[in-house]
Design a protein around this ligand. Structure first.
Ligand SMILES: [Zn+2]
Length: 237
């Protein structure tokens, strides 16, 4: 059947605007926990939250869907110095020491390129255990909190044992050469695996070319390398 696309229409398949965060037609508001997600990921999350609750964990979402313009605002704030830049260990970096290309790598250690954030897909959630959050503390996502002795150690172990049966995995479980490990970041595979196939280098380049983004020319010149290191280099399911 040459000439006929092998991709059947499927509820979990995102179009080019959705996969780059330039449309929100694939996501909806979720009331509890309050967030915005793809409908299929929301079903998985709600089932997982109910199961966690029976084990005394209040699984809450700190961040779900994020659109292109929101990611562009994060990028621009880090690029322009109005938001702190952190190194791999979480210490603040002096921007004055960095050339533009090194600045771009420093941003990408913790934040995605606009158009390339997995949070655009509605399949990704950053989670905490609200029941384990020290009183009066704002949720901040640090690797130490999820490690032995951290306030989310129990959540971390619960996710290790249970998230897969609800369709989730950790794309940033281990360092793959680009993004730092993010034990709080979960991905709903039925949506995110097809989404990553849609997000080709060409699709990402097209999304960035139309954006008013600081550092754009350097990013576009390095895009094949950045795409492999920060988009494709993730942990498998
Ligand atoms: Zn995340």
């Amino acid at each position: 059947m040459a000439g006929i696309s092998g991709h059947a229409t499927h509820a979990s398949h995102l179009n080019l605007l959705e996969v780059t965060g330039r449309a929100a037609t694939h996501v909806r508001d979720v009331a509890d926990p309050r967030c915005v997600l793809h409908v299929r990921a929301a079903e998985g999350l709600i089932a997982m939250r109910n199961a966690a609750r029976t084990d005394g964990i209040d699984l809450d979402v700190v961040s779900g869907f994020r659109d292109f313009n929101r990611q562009l605002a994060i990028w621009s704030a880090k690029f322009n110095g109005s938001r702190a830049l952190l190194d791999a260990s979480g210490s603040e970096i002096n921007r004055a020491d960095l050339y533009e290309s090194a600045l771009i790598d420093a941003i990408l250690t913790w934040s995605a390129l606009p158009g390339a954030s997995r949070h655009h897909w509605g399949s990704e959630i950053d989670v905490i255990d609200a029941a384990a959050l020290p009183a009066g503390r704002q949720p901040q996502l640090h690797q130490a909190q999820f490690a032995s002795g951290g306030c989310f150690e129990r959540l971390n172990g619960w996710l290790d044992s249970n998230m897969r049966q609800f369709g989730f995995f950790r794309p940033y479980a281990t360092f793959q050469g680009g993004v730092q490990p993010e034990p709080w970041h979960l991905s709903y595979a039925a949506v995110s695996v097809p989404a990553l196939e849609v997000l080709s280098l060409e699709v990402l380049a097209e999304a960035l070319e139309g954006a008013d983004m600081p550092g754009k020319q350097t990013v576009l010149a390095r895009l094949p390398e950045l795409y492999h290191r920060y988009v494709l280099a993730v942990d498998e399911i």
